[in-house]
Write a protein that binds this ligand. Sequence first.
Ligand code: SF4
Ligand code: SF4
Length: 290
Amino acid sequence: QEEYIRKPDWLKIKLTTNDSYTGLKKMMREERLHTVCEEARCPNIHECWAERKTATFMILGDICTRACRFCAVKTGLPTELDLGEPERVANSVRTMGLKHVVITAVARDDLKDGGANVFAETVRAIRRKSPFCTIEVLPSDMMGSIDNLKTLMDARPNILNHNIETVKRLTPRVRARATYERSLTVLKNAKEMYPNIPTKSSLMIGLGETKEEIIETMDDLRAHGVDILTIGQYLQPSKSHIKLVKYWTPEEFAEFKEIAMSKGFSHCESGPLVRASYHADEQVNEAQAR
Ligand code: SF4
Ligand code: SF4
C-alpha cells in the first residue's frame, strides 16, 4: 500500500461551470481543437477564458511522440499532419475574442521539421485574423534544431516560452528525450535570433528538488537570457505518473518570486496553481513596456 501525501487546503478549489464555457467546449469539439486548459483540467479555466480572455491551444494533434513522466498527454505515433489546423485555431481565437493566446504543441519527433511550419503558420493565421491578440508560443525543443526554431521565430511571436520543467538533477528522470542543456540552448538561441522577443520558461516543483537546486535553475535560465519565469506546484495526474514528493507552501512560492526578481527576471509568477500560461497576458504587456 503506497502512502499518499494529503492535498493541502490551498489547492482545494471548486470548479464552477457556466453557459458560455459549455458553448466554447462544444466549439472546440466541432473544430477538432485541443486546449491544455481542458485536457489538463486546469483549475484556472474560468478566470482565463471568461475574465482574462486567454487560452492555451495544443496543436499538431493530441498524441505525443514522447512520454514525459509528469505529463497527462497520450503517447504514441501520430498519423497525420492537419494542415487546416492553423486556420481553425485562428477562427476560434477570434470567436473567443482572446487578448492573449498561448500555442503549444506535442513533440512531433516523427516530422523532420518537428512541426515548426504548422506552428509558424498558426502564429501567422492568428495575426491575420486577430491583429491585437498577443501570441505566445510554447514549443518542445523541436529536436534542438536551430532551423526549426528559426522557422518558428520568423513568424514573430510576442513571447517565446520553452519549459525547463525541472531542475538539472531530476531532468533525466522526469522528461523524456529532452535534456536540461538542450532546453537552455533553445532559450539562448531564440534570444540571439530576436533579442526583442521576450523569452520565458517554467519550472514545476514538488518532485523532490531542493531550494538550492531551484535557485541554481534560476541562475542557469538568467545566464541564457531568459526574461520571464513561472513556478508552479506539480500535481500528479494519476498513480502511474511520477510521484509527487512535496507540496511547497504559498509562503515558499512567494519567497521564490522574490529571489527570482532579485536575479533580474522581468516578471515571475510563482504560486501553487501557477501554470506556464497563467497571467501570461500581464507578462507580455510588461515585457513590451520595457
Ligand atoms: Fe488555460 Fe493556462 Fe489559463 Fe490554465 S492557466 S486555463 S492552461 S490558459
Ligand atoms: Fe507531454 Fe510535452 Fe513531454 Fe509530450 S513532450 S509528453 S506533450 S511534456
